[in-house]
Design a protein around this ligand. Structure first.
Ligand code: FES
Length: 87
């Protein structure tokens, strides 16, 4: 199991424990943490988060990402991670 440390996303700061089988976006939704999103397919860029700690697997996407940015809909944790919202 991996820990997702949520750092002030939609006003929430808390730790989630997940198996790493679902996207970060889905895991947040499962824990009632709502994040902007639209396509869920790596096209729109609405779900960008900052990865502050840890590692994720990331599906290929069309959105140009800067260092430390991930798409919540395309990323799954492979270690304990800490994430923060972009805004
Ligand atoms: S919801 Fe569109 S890129 Fe994640």
């Amino acid at each position: 199991m991996f820990k997702i440390e949520v750092n002030n996303i939609n006003g929430k700061t808390e730790s989630l424990y997940v198996y790493g089988e679902q996207s970060i976006l889905t895991e947040l939704e499962n824990h009632s943490i709502l994040l902007n999103h639209s396509c869920r397919q790596g096209h729109c860029g609405a779900c960008i988060l900052y990865l502050l700690k840890g590692d994720v697997t990331h599906q290929p996407c069309l959105v140009p990402l800067s260092q430390g940015e991930i798409l919540a809909c395309q990323a799954k944790p492979i270690s304990d991670i800490e994430i923060e919202s972009k805004n």
